[in-house]
Write a protein that binds this ligand. Structure first.
Ligand code: SF4
Length: 386
């Protein structure tokens, strides 16, 4: 029987083919939970974007002038259904994934998300453990949904909040949404037991760096872990400039000017945040005061431990937040070759794709000149999730 090879291309961006081996029935890769890429990095974390829509227009992610009322969002039929997401997640889990993060756009805009969480919660890791199912949200709908998400099996939430000053926050999200409602969402999530809650603040120099200390004072001693994210050149629409980046080292120094900190060990391999604990009078970490994190993709790249894959809303696999191209898995999910085991081919394709992965954009950023490196169109963060 002649072998049928299906080309995998990214429909939005032309000129990217997956090696035929990825779908060759003679070179099937069967999952064994031990998949690694060309840098020896395991595949243990899958970020699943469930919508490309959002009710905020954060300037560093979804600038209003681009994502306006005429922007061509994906039609419902293009989105993976909950059953399809669960099917592909099951294959990733068989390859070793232990953590699923639901993202967007704003994931809580996807109707009945609890149903998907319920389906994903039934999956087990290769060693029979429940998955760590988390969600990243802007918090705008969290107060209403926290309890239902928890009941469906969600473990934790990460909430994006770029300041406490209402005027600054409204300027950052560009839709006039009040801080108060996000804080109510965080309180509801805490009450529902979706902790430890993480709060992510993107620091953009010249816009919200004066909010760093007010945010630290607010969350210190509450059990919520505040993380400061360096402003990144994600996508191709946020007009990123290096002089608007406040390096994490400077953020830590700024906080230490008032609140003593002590560096902590990473809590898990592949963790993106560098941990700093609030210190007591003797300079020791006081767990009751809690900790902060800094995520330094620009000044301290962490690609060597990057174990994250990203699945877009319409079923494209991206190997890096700064990738230009993705691999279309949806056609394999919806129209597997006749007479073939679609899931076995899907597993093999993911296996070949990850094995061939060498992405390390943040490490290379400084060496890439705008017109050579990935000066092309990096995928938008709102499309594959942060
Ligand atoms: S730049 Fe890409 S490879 Fe590096 S840590 Fe980020 S997502 Fe991973």
């Amino acid at each position: 029987m002649s072998e049928r090879v299906i080309p995998l291309v990214d429909q939005r961006h032309t000129g990217f083919r997956t090696p035929a081996a990825a779908l060759s029935t003679d070179q099937l890769i069967q999952p064994n939970g031990l998949l690694t890429d060309t840098l020896g990095r395991p595949l243990s974390d899958l970020r699943i974007s469930v919508t490309d829509r959002c009710n905020f227009r954060c300037s560093y992610c979804m600038p209003k002038e681009i994502f306006d009322k005429d922007y061509a969002y994906l039609p419902q039929s293009a989105l993976l259904s909950f059953e399809e997401i669960t099917r592909v997640a099951k294959v990733f889990v068989a390859h070793g994934v232990k953590k699923l993060r639901l993202t967007g756009g704003e994931p809580l805009l996807r109707k009945n998300l609890e149903v998907l969480i319920g389906q994903l919660s039934a999956l087990r890791t290769v060693d029979g453990q429940p998955l760590d199912i988390t969600l990243t949200t802007n918090g705008s709908l969290l107060a209403r949904k926290a309890h239902a998400l928890k009941a469906a099996g969600l473990k934790r939430v990460t909430v994006s909040l770029d300041g406490l000053d209402d005027e600054v926050f409204r300027r950052m999200n560009d839709v006039d949404f009040p801080v108060r409602d996000v804080l109510e969402g965080i309180a509801a999530a805490r009450e529902a037991g979706l902790g430890p809650i993480k709060v992510n603040m993107v620091v953009k120099r010249g816009t919200n760096e004066h909010e760093i200390l007010p945010m630290a004072r607010h969350f210190r001693g509450t059990g919520t872990v505040l993380r400061f994210i360096e402003y990144m050149d994600v996508g191709a629409t946020n007009g990123w400039r290096m002089d608007e980046v406040m390096p994490s080292a400077e953020v830590v120094q700024h906080i230490q000017s008032e609140l003593p900190l002590v560096q902590l060990e990473p809590s898990a391999p592949g963790e993106t945040a560098e941990r700093w604990g609030y210190a007591d009078a003797n300079g020791h970490h006081d767990p009751a005061l809690g900790e902060i994190g800094v995520i330094s993709s620009v000044t301290q790249a962490f690609c060597r431990d990057c174990n994250r894959a990203r699945l877009s809303t319409e079923g494209k696999l991206f190997l890096c937040l700064f990738a230009e191209n993705g691999y279309d898995l949806r056609s394999l999910i919806r129209q597997p070759p006749e007479g073939q085991d679609g899931d076995a081919l899907l597993a093999s394709a993911i296996g070949h794709i990850w094995q061939g992965r060498g992405d390390r954009y943040s490490e290379l950023r400084a060496t890439l000149s705008p017109d050579t490196g990935t000066g092309g169109r990096r995928v938008e963060m709102s499309y594959i999730g942060g």
